[in-house]
Structure formats: structure tokens, C-alpha cells
Design a protein around this ligand. Structure first.
Ligand SMILES: *[C@@H]1O[C@H](CO)[C@@H](O)[C@H](O)[C@H]1NC(C)=O
Ligand SMILES: *[C@@H]1O[C@H](CO)[C@@H](O)[C@H](O)[C@H]1NC(C)=O
Ligand SMILES: *[C@@H]1O[C@H](CO)[C@@H](O)[C@H](O)[C@H]1NC(C)=O
Ligand SMILES: *[C@@H]1O[C@H](CO)[C@@H](O)[C@H](O)[C@H]1NC(C)=O
Ligand SMILES: *[C@@H]1O[C@H](CO)[C@@H](O)[C@H](O)[C@H]1NC(C)=O
Length: 370
């Protein structure tokens, strides 16, 4: 019998080993994918889709009496946004049913893709009471989001007392402008240190010369996790808890005091509060280019002190998703209510309130010029 030459035998052995390794490998990776998808995380898959579709992720936290307010906020997002929207809501248990039924209804009435997930309020057991009572109930929840939502890459976090006046995807675009060191984008508390609350009253470190307002916050959660965000917050809360009247916002300021390069500064037009107009125009960018996100802090949407804020809020509140009221009527109402307000410094900047909604509707609904 002719024996195989040495080299042929060697080559056969190599081919056999390589194919065995390849086969075993494919088995292992199949098992891994299976484990991965069994791991209840359809959402991991989803977050991959999110990036592909350029889905915008919006998040907010709702406790107590903020339910109606948060629906107005979401409504404003749905009215102006053209891209698909995924909403992540943290809410007290007794609100889940109400959210589910309202948003399920809206989902059917809206042509664009709109999805949502509901989460319970979830604080670490240690120091739970401290966290719950910081500033307003549940407000500190947002600090834990990087750990609570490992399946989400990035989100725009907003306080419930905000209203979008333009498409959220325009704000979302700022994520692409982040430098390598930047993990989050926020607007300053004020652009003038002479009037900003932080340099005048804060008893703790804060960001830059003026401090940050956290009512609108772009969070790249992937980068916040890499940064080790969660490890910072509890020691800071324990160290400063008796000196941080604005709670979570102050904690954010303390962290970014030591990490200025992690912040991408947003223009004041993306977090426009009555501070930006009540003593005269303090946000030129909004005056020229329009207010993009209106923030009714200190109850500006409900207080007679800020009739212009009230007027815009009223128009959006009266707008019903799925009813016959057209976007054009929303715009007419907004202008009408602004016209009817008693004069105020903020009301004097009426055009800044109307500019973005007018432009957005003209673009998407072919409205004639006013
Ligand atoms: C919320 O809205 C509902 C229906 O529009 C209304 O009946 C209710 O009084 C509102 N609640 C608050 C706290 O404003
Ligand atoms: C939300 O409502 C839908 C339809 O009414 C129901 O199938 C679903 O189980 C509810 N989800 C939650 C989290 O309550
Ligand atoms: C967030 O940061 C990660 C890591 O740098 C990056 O891969 C991802 O694209 C960023 N997300 C967005 C929305 O920019
Ligand atoms: C702040 O106040 C100082 C002293 O009164 C003044 O010189 C400076 O111009 C003010 N800065 C701004 C930006 O208003
Ligand atoms: C608001 O007032 C302006 C000028 O005062 C007027 O041109 C406009 O038609 C008014 N709009 C509405 C909807 O009342």
C-alpha cells in the first residue's frame, strides 16, 4: 500500500483542524446570539435599529401632578417632529395605565412611527429617601438613566415643563457636533454672570462662570457610562445635600465644574426660560433665529406673571391629537393668544415665539405666507 507522503498528511491534518475549529466556533457564536436574544432584550436589537433609522429618543420623568403637563410636552414633540420618535417615560406606578392608554391611542392617530416604553421610578435602596426628596419628588431619577437603560445609546432628556416649538431632530443633530470629550449638551443658566443665579448664590462648585440649566439635556448615555457617571453622583449628593437647592441640576453642575470639556454648550434658544426675556432680551440668538424649546420654569406656563408663556402653552394644550384642528389653526391660536396678552417684556418678543412654528409648518404643510 502506498503511504501518503509526509506533506500531504500534514496538509490534511491542517485542513481537518481548521474546519473543526470553524465549526465549533460557529456553534458557539450561534449559542451566543441565542443567549443574547433570549436575554429579554429585544431592546438591544431595537437600539441598533434606532441608529439605522435615525430615530429620535426623548425622555422625561413624571411624578405627582405632572401628568397633564408631560402630555402637553409630548404633544408638542409629536406636532413638530417629522422623524420617528421613541419616548422613554419614568413614572410613578399609578400613572402607567393612563400613559399606556393615552399613548396607545396617539400611536394609532399619528402617521409617523412613534413608540414608547414605560419605566417605574427606580432609585438605589441606599439613600433612597435622600434621592426622592431632592428638589422635587423624582427629579433626581434622570441622574441614574445611564445605568437604568443600558440598551439606549443616547437621548434628549427634558423637564416636563418644557415645550418643543420645532422638530426634535434638529436638536438631536447636535449629537453629531460633539467633540470626542463631550458627553452631554446643555444651555447655560444665563449668559451674563451678573444676573445668573449660580455666581450670585451657589454655595457649591458649578460649571463655568454662569452654571448650567438642566431642563433640556442631550445625554450620550454610552459616553456617560464610559465616563463613570454613576460613580460620581452618590458621593456628591451625600457631600452637598444640604446646599443644593436645585437638586439634580446642582449635582450636574458640580460634576461638570470638574469636567468642563465634557459639556457641549447649547444656545439659550434650546432652553428658553422667562429669565431670558423678563428683564429685557437676554438671548439674542432666540430673538434672531426663534425660540426652539420653551421652558416654563417657576410655573411660567400657569402664572399670570408670564402671559406670553401662558399663551403658547394654552394653544398647545388645546390642540388635540387626532382631532380636526389643523396645524394651521394651532399657529393662528398661538398668535391670537399672544396678541391678546397684557404687555410684558417677554410678550414684546412675540416674533421669537412664533418664528420656528411658522417656519416648520410652512415647510411641512405648505402653508401660505402670513
Ligand atoms: C388634567 O387634564 C384632565 C383632562 O383634560 C382634567 O380633567 C384634569 O383636571 C387635569 N388635571 C390637572 C392636575 O390639571
Ligand atoms: C398597554 O395597553 C395595551 C393595549 O391596551 C396592552 O396590550 C398592554 O399590555 C399595556 N401595557 C402596559 C405596560 O400596561
Ligand atoms: C454616543 O457616543 C458613542 C461613543 O462615542 C457613539 O458611538 C455614538 O454614535 C454616540 N451617539 C450619538 C447619538 O451621537
Ligand atoms: C457685569 O457687571 C460689571 C460691574 O458692574 C460690569 O462692568 C460688566 O459690564 C457687567 N457685565 C455684563 C456682561 O453685563
Ligand atoms: C396679531 O396681531 C398682528 C399685528 O398686531 C396682526 O397682524 C395679526 O393678524 C394678529 N393675529 C391674530 C391671529 O389675531
Amino acid at each position: 500500500m502506498k503511504r501518503f507522503p509526509f506533506y500531504t498528511t500534514l496538509i490534511l491534518i491542517i485542513i481537518f483542524s481548521v474546519s473543526t475549529i470553524l465549526y465549533l466556533n460557529s456553534k458557539i457564536s450561534m449559542r451566543n446570539t441565542k443567549l443574547y436574544s433570549n436575554h429579554q432584550n429585544k431592546r438591544i436589537f431595537k437600539s441598533k435599529l434606532m441608529k439605522k433609522n435615525d430615530e429620535v429618543v426623548l425622555s422625561f420623568v413624571v411624578c405627582d401632578s405632572r401628568f397633564n403637563e408631560s402630555l402637553n410636552l409630548l404633544k408638542s414633540g409629536l406636532i413638530f417632529t417629522q422623524s420617528s420618535l421613541h419616548v422613554v417615560i419614568f413614572a410613578e406606578d399609578d400613572l402607567h395605565k393612563k400613559f399606556n392608554s393615552t399613548l396607545t391611542k396617539w400611536k394609532m392617530l399619528i402617521a409617523r412611527p412613534f413608540t414608547f416604553e414605560l419605566h417605574k421610578i427606580n432609585f438605589p435602596e441606599a439613600n433612597r429617601k435622600d434621592w426622592m426628596n431632592l428638589f422635587s419628588k423624582c427629579a433626581a431619577q434622570r441622574l441614574f438613566i445611564p445605568a437604568l437603560l443600558p440598551h439606549v445609546d443616547a437621548m434628549i432628556y427634558v423637564d416636563t415643563d418644557t415645550l418643543f416649538l420645532g422638530p426634535i431632530e434638529i436638536l438631536w443633530n447636535y449629537f453629531t457636533k460633539f467633540k470626542a470629550t463631550e458627553i452631554s449638551a446643555l444651555a447655560l443658566e444665563d449668559e451674563n454672570p451678573n444676573v445668573s443665579w449660580y455666581p450670585r448664590f451657589a454655595k457649591h462648585p458649578f460649571y463655568g462662570k454662569c452654571g448650567l440649566n438642566s431642563g433640556v439635556m442631550l445625554m450620550n448615555l454610552t459616553r456617560m457610562r464610559e465616563f463613570g457617571w454613576i460613580d460620581y453622583i452618590t458621593p456628591i449628593m451625600l457631600r452637598w445635600k444640604s446646599n443644593i437647592p436645585w437638586g439634580d441640576q446642582d449635582i450636574i453642575n458640580i460634576i461638570f465644574h470638574y469636567h468642563e470639556r465634557a459639556v457641549h454648550e447649547l444656545s439659550c434658544r434650546y432652553n428658553y426660560r422667562s429669565d431670558q426675556c423678563m428683564y429685557g432680551d437676554a438671548c439674542a440668538d432666540a430673538t434672531f433665529n426663534g425660540i426652539f424649546v420653551l421652558h416654563g420654569s417657576r410655573r411660567a406656563f400657569y402664572s399670570d406673571k408670564q402671559p406670553a408663556f401662558q399663551a403658547v402653552h394654552r394653544a398647545i394644550e388645546e390642540f388635540e391629537i387626532g382631532a380636526d384642528l389643523s396645524p394651521k389653526m394651532l399657529l393662528v391660536n398661538m398668535e391670537k393668544y399672544l396678541n391678546e396678552t397684557t404687555p410684558s417684556n417677554c410678550g414684546n418678543l412675540k416674533d421669537a415665539f412664533l418664528k420656528i412654528p411658522t417656519e416648520t409648518f410652512k415647510k411641512h404643510y405648505n402653508l401660505p405666507d402670513r
